[in-house]
Structure formats: C-alpha cells, structure tokens
Design a protein around this ligand. Structure first.
Ligand code: AMP
Length: 556
C-alpha cells in the first residue's frame, strides 16, 4: 500500500493553506504586532523545512523550542513534525537543573529560543548536558548579546524555496514531546505521535470537545511549551480559524487589547490568567469582551465565582481537565442537553465547576484502594484511570515510571492519572484530591519531595515536609514544615534555608512560609502525613494572604 493515508498533521496544513489562504495569523512579538495569512504561513513553514534539511538533522531526531506564543514558534509546529522530525517544547520556567536534564534526556539537536529567554538558556547551559545541541536559533531578526553561539531565525530561513514537497510520514512517528514534573525524580518525557496529535485535534475541534470552527478567532494564552498550548494551534489550523498569539509574558492589558482589537472568540488559559484579567477590569479599565464566546479554563480547577463572572458578561466558561500525558485534553464541563432546564442556576454552576464529561474517544474508570471500580454516585471516590488514542502508553526512557503509572488489561493500557475523583450519575467527574505529591502554582508544578530533600540537606534540619496550601491567586502555594536540630537558632535557620533554596530554585518555587515544628506527623505506615499538616495549617489560620508577585511563574 502506498503511504499518505495515515492520520498525520500534513492534511491540516494543506487544507488551511489551500482553503483559507487569506485567514490571518496575528502575533504580539518582541517587535510589536505582526500579522500574515495562512498563505504566507505555508511559505515560511516551507522555508523553515528547507532550512532544517540544510542542517543535516535527519527525520526522527528531536528539535527543541524555548519560546513564548508567537507566529515563529507556530511555524515550528508544522515545519518540524511534517518533515518527520520531533518538536520538543521546553518549559523555560523550570529550574536550570531540570532544563539540563530535559535537553540531555531528549537529545535535542537544535534549539529555537526567544531573545527574551536567551539569558535564561545561557544560564542553564552546560556543556555536557547540551552536548547533542548543534545549533541555537534565535526567534527574530537578530541575536542578542549572550553567551550562546546562535544564528537569527530570519537569516536561517531566508532565501529558501517557499514550496516544499512534504513527505509521507507514518502515523506512529513521534511528532511532539513535552516533559511533565513527576513526584520524585526528574521530569518525565511524553512523546506525541502523529496519530495522537491528529486524533486529539479531531476530538477537541468537535462540538463535544472545544467546538472550534472557521469563524473563530482563537487565542491560546496557555503557553505553547505546555502541551502544545493544549493543542490549540493544531485545532485552529485544522478548522481554518484565525490565530492570535499573545507573545512573551502577556500582561492582562495585552490580553484585553488583543481580545478587543482582533475580535477573539475563543481563548484558553489557567485560572490565574483570568483572575488577572478580572482584576484589571475591576480596577476600572474598560474592556470590550463582546467578541468573546468561550474561555477554556484548565490546568487547575476553575473557581465557581470565575464561571459566574464570565456568565455575567455573556462569556461561556468551558472548564477543561487534562494532562501532559493526554495531549492534553480529557474532559470538558459543559451542561448536557436537557440539564439546563432541569437544574437551578446554582446547580448548573456546581455541575460546570466539576471537571466534566470525557471527550468522545476516551474511556475511563475510577478505582478505589482495593482495585474495585467505584459507583457513579457523586460520593465514592478513587483514582481516575484513562485510555484512548491520544493518551500516551509510556514515558520516554523511564521504565520505572512505566511500571508504576500504567496498567494493562484485555481492553488495552490504562494511564493511572494520580487524580482522585468522584463521578456523578450524569457521568461528570470531579477532582477531590491528588494522589501525587506535587504542588501546582499558577499552572506550573513544584515538586514537594524535591524541596523537602533540598531543605533536609541543611545540617540544622532533621525533618522537612512541604505541602501545597490553597491560594486565591495561584491556586496553590508551597509551605514547608521543618523540625530543627537540637541547639539550632530558629531565626538563623529560616534565613539560611531560604537562602540555600534561593540559590538552587527559581523564586516561584520557594515556600511562602517555613514553619518550625517539633515533629512531622506520620501515617500508620510511617510516611509524612501531609493531610494532617494541611489541616493544621488551615486550622491555625496560618495563611498569610497574598504571595509577593515575584514568587510565582511569570507566564500565567
Ligand atoms: P499537566 O500535566 O501539567 O497538564 O497537569 C495535569 C494535572 O493538572 C492533572 O492531573 C490535574 O491534577 C491538574 N488539572 C488539570 N486540569 C485541571 C482542572 N480543570 N481542575 C483541577 N485540576 C486540574
């Protein structure tokens, strides 16, 4: 059989270019707002493909990006996988050591990076970890003055042919890659095959997914280094819709301006982003949201008050749940037909604040501690297991994680999500706890175990436990409980521990509070009882309010 009929990204690019040549791609960049059409996009993607061929990096090899959301990053989204290479989006907010591990583990051959992130990458650069990297390409027309041997993107693609004979690439070929932070150990790589991205695109484009069509103007605020901006650049292209990219570190004002000026109909991001927009509007800034039809909120739970706030402005919140391992969208919380008539507004909000209904194509089950499936009664809870065409079957080069996080039966392979959920009679899942010991702050992971180990490395500490506590702005923030060694001055200890952590981790990883206690409470099996610590923290009203701005990730 000749190839070319597989489920791959290539037809999406072909269709957009041929059927929507005049539809725009708009992007806020380091140099202002730039715009062009799918027609020009196709030309530049072809030039990039030729430039990639010129590097000698063959099909099947990984190419990294270290970039915000803009049109050049989007050009890599098709030009890299559609030539059979693998696009590896690297999260620039991670601690340097994680970046080193990720680049080394992936074996990236080329890294595209933003000028504003060049210093960060140069700081993380380590000869051994970056041994595989042959070339750095800076996303712009010039190279900033940093200690990296780089060329600028415009020169890199300049002069190449604007048409390209896109090859036949098999559907099982890895097309994308993203790392997720695990409970222990280093981040785990998830590979996205062509087929995973194709099926995720088709499912999320449908009305039961995110419902994107060619009259939409789609602005992903969720970074393109987070699971391909939740797949939206692919979905938007497949639908032939207009793209809007908010560029480096967008502020609420930038987001508001783009919504107004570009007529954005669908946007997406973590709750922290929308809290920022709310505050901006509440501070008296007049923002016209009339074009906006839907805000996709995910990554952390969408607060009920946020859903209501958007309702009051005629904007529907599509509350979505997903994971890096799932390309990433799993469920969307929208009212099933008929439910709006049956339920009071308050009941509807309760429903919509749940993580919702699985997108068609996925199967799930909820399993209790004894391995039994729990009934769908909205009360019994267990760990959510999931499988489907866009759910990964393994972690990249991590056999031990594969043993732990997947389970096979005759129907296929389940991913054990680590999310603890209930399911109601209508099939809506609701996350009630997290079995994995990690903290999610403003959409970014912090490993409590890694912080604990770092703190316990201090001579004056005998035990340390780090827990996530609820926070209005960042959803969760880390708080550390430490047991000082005998004879240690408590004031000095706190300052020393914070200084030590500050040397190793970005500011947003540092605990908001260090609380000295006599002993860490333990469970019956001798593990730290984080539940008790969280309760103790809440009971004693130790929460001190807002964290300083600089202690959180600055993207979203
Ligand atoms: P990531 O792999 O970084 O996308 O994180 C996935 C995890 O984020 C999930 O396993 C959940 O723990 C959490 N998460 C994602 N979406 C939601 C949501 N809508 N509500 C609550 N938690 C969420």
């Amino acid at each position: 059989m000749p190839g070319g009929t597989d489920q791959t990204l290539r037809p999406f690019l072909w269709r957009a270019e041929r059927m929507y040549p005049d539809t725009e791609i708009v992007s806020r960049t380091h140099d202002g707002t730039e715009r062009y059409t799918y027609d020009e996009y196709g030309d530049r993607a072809a030039q990039l493909a030729h430039a990639m061929d010129g590097t000698g990096v063959p099909e099947g090899e990984r190419v990294g990006t270290f970039c915000w959301n803009h049109h050049r990053h989007f050009e890599t989204y098709f030009a890299i996988p559609t030539t059979g290479r693998q696009l590896h989006t690297i999260n620039p907010l991670l601690p340097d050591e994680h970046i080193q591990y990720i680049v080394q583990n992936a074996g990236d051959r080329i890294i595209f990076l933003d000028p504003s992130l060049a210093e960060k990458l140069a700081g993380a650069y380590d000869e051994e970890a970056f041994e595989s990297v042959e070339q750095f390409v800076v996303m712009g027309a010039e190279v900033p003055d940093v200690d990296l041997d780089a060329v600028d993107y415009e020169s890199f693609i300049d002069g190449h042919d604007t048409s390209y004979d896109w090859p036949v690439v098999g559907e099982e070929t890895p097309a994308g890659m993203c790392y997720t932070s695990g409970t222990t150990g280093k981040p785990k790589g998830v590979e996205y095959t062509q087929k995973m991205l194709w099926s995720h695109t088709m499912a999320t484009m449908s009305p039961q997914g995110l419902g994107i069509s060619d009259d939409d103007v789609v602005m992903p605020v969720v970074p393109m280094f987070h699971v391909n901006a939740w797949g939206m650049p692919f979905t938007t292209t497949a639908a032939g819709a207009k793209h809007v990219y908010p560029g480096p570190s967008p502020e609420p004002e930038d987001i508001a301006t783009l919504i107004e000026e570009e007529g954005v109909t669908v946007t997406a991001g973590v709750p922290t982003v929308w809290l920022g927009l709310q505050e901006y509007i509440q501070a008296g800034n007049d923002v016209d949201l009339s074009s906006l039809e839907s805000v996709i909120i995910g990554g952390s739970a969408a607060p009920k008050a946020m859903i209501e706030w958007f309702d009051d402005r005629g904007v529907t919140v599509d509350h979505a749940w997903g994971m890096t391992e799932m390309s990433p969208i799993g469920s969307v919380s929208r009212l099933k037909s008929g439910l709006a008539e049956e339920l009071s507004y308050e009941e509807q909000i309760d429903k919509r604040a749940k993580q919702g209904l699985m997108v068609p194509g996925l199967e799930f089950k909820v399993v209790d501690d004894e391995g039994e499936e729990v009934p769908w009664n909205g009360e019994d809870f267990g760990e959510l297991h999931i499988r489907g065409p866009w759910v990964t079957q393994e972690y990249f080069k991590r056999p031990e994680a594969n043993e732990e996080d997947f389970e096979d039966d005759e129907g296929g392979r389940w991913l054990k999500t680590g999310d603890v959920v209930t399911v109601d009679e209508d099939g809506y899942i609701k996350i009630v706890d997290r079995a994995k010991d990690v903290i999610k702050s403003g959409g970014e992971w912090i490993s409590s175990v890694e912080l604990e180990n770092a703190i316990m490395a201090h001579d004056g500490v005998t035990e340390a436990a780090v827990v996530g506590v609820p926070h209005e702005r960042w959803q969760e923030r880390p708080v550390a409980f430490i047991v000082p060694a005998e004879g240690v001055d408590p004031d000095d200890l706190e300052a020393e521990v914070m200084e030590m952590l500050g040397e190793e981790y970005p500011k947003w990883w540092l605990p908001d509070d260090l609380i000295q206690i006599d002993e860490v409470p333990k469970t019956a099996t001798g593990k730290f009882s984080k539940k008790d610590l969280r309760e103790e923290y809440a009971d004693e009203s130790l929460v001190e309010g807002q964290v300083p701005e600089e202690s959180a990730p600055d993207d979203d």
